[in-house]
Design a protein around this ligand. Structure first.
Ligand code: ADP
Ligand code: MG
Length: 324
């Protein structure tokens, strides 16, 4: 490791904060030494963001820092996990102090909100790419998984869908609220944790509702009916539709576009009352959009009961690269 690499690590990533109690050794040794509490299972995920592939070149550094962590916390949320530790592997074209300041602002603001500690990483030179690995805990046997849905289960999504997709599509024409959703996605950790023992299956929506719901259903050769008019959209999304932007391209975004990082989960009919009990803990809305059924395949309907042929090719359709 060169002096300049070590300077970067010391200056930006070693913070003078009290460690989490379960961190025996964090940054500074050959590896982090961590204590997994008794009675929990360790949940681990990793995601890489490459400039020009997963975020447009020129994206604000704070947004890159936030998003690199948020997409991983969203995966933990979908498992019902409570986040604990992260590692960060960065490839940087050059040590740019302003960019690193912005990156750390976005990254640590989100980490601190959820009590997550950065415990190690790697710093190298090359084309801009950020890899975050996240570690969290779930009580033994209580993780939410993609498998587990049954015919008759109700299908729900948190928050609203389509904002990030419309921001990508409109670029600099997108309203500020839409751009915020793309740049600063909110991992639905409270909802994921509250749904432990209630949801029969869960997934986070990174590639588009129909694609990700499809992954969830694939575990049981299941299908679904989805009421497209019930899929929740934000006021900012509805305003973009009304501003005369190309309707046919925008209409399917809540079904097909990714990057919203909401949760999609299934719920047995018998547990509807339990959902009502935990809903106030979500800190976001949650909307029923359909039902799990057989045969396989997702069938979309309008409020009038007509079949709706959604164009669900997701990202490819909108000319943006899919997530790896
Ligand atoms: P080694 O050569 O043994 O792999 P490094 O010199 O790469 O160790 O890293 C030194 C220490 O700094 C390690 O504890 C490593 O985890 C940490 N580290 C390196 N880069 C980062 C980073 N971007 N963020 C957080 N910690 C980092
Ligand atoms: Mg190293």
């Amino acid at each position: 490791m060169s002096d300049s690499e070590f300077d970067i690590i010391r200056r930006y990533f070693m913070r003078q904060l009290p460690d989490r109690k379960d961190v025996i050794t964090g940054i500074g040794d050959d590896a982090a030494l961590l204590r997994v509490p008794a009675g929990v299972e360790l949940v681990v995920c990793v995601d890489t963001l490459v400039e020009g592939v997963h975020f447009p070149a020129g994206t604000a550094a704070a947004a890159v820092g936030h998003k690199a962590l948020a997409v991983n916390l969203s995966d933990l949320a979908a498992m019902g996990a409570e986040p604990a530790w992260v590692t960060l592997a960065m490839t940087l074209p050059a040590p740019d102090a302003d960019w690193l300041d912005g990156f750390c602002r976005g990254f640590f603001k989100l980490a601190d909100r959820f009590g997550v500690q950065l415990v190690g990483g790697d710093t190298t030179q090359g084309p801009l790419s950020i890899t975050v690995q996240a570690h969290g805990f779930v009580p033994q046997g209580k993780a939410l998984q993609r498998r587990g849905a049954q015919p008759g289960d109700h299908i729900y999504v948190t928050g609203s869908l389509g904002d990030a997709g419309v921001a990508l599509l409109l670029g600099s024409d997108a309203a500020e609220a839409l751009q915020q959703r793309l740049d600063f996605p909110e991992p639905r950790l409270a909802a994921g944790q509250a749904l432990r023992g209630i949801a029969s299956a869960a997934i986070d929506i990174s590639d588009g509702l129909l694609a990700d719901l499809g992954h969830l259903l694939a575990h049981g050769q299941l299908g679904a009916s989805v009421s497209v008019d019930d899929v929740p959209t934000s006021a900012a999304f509805n305003a973009a539709l009304q501003q005369g932007h190309d309707l046919t391209r925008l209409r399917d975004l809540p079904l097909a576009a990714g990057d919203d990082y909401e949760l999609c989960f299934t719920l047995p009919e018998a547990l509807l009352g339990q959902l009502d009990t935990v809903r106030p803990d979500f800190s976001c809305p949650c909307t029923r959009i359909g039902t799990v059924e057989r045969p396989a395949g997702i069938r979309c309907y309008t409020a009038d009961g007509d079949v709706y042929a959604a164009d669900a090719r997701g990202y490819e359709h909108f000319g943006v690269s899919p997530h790896g």
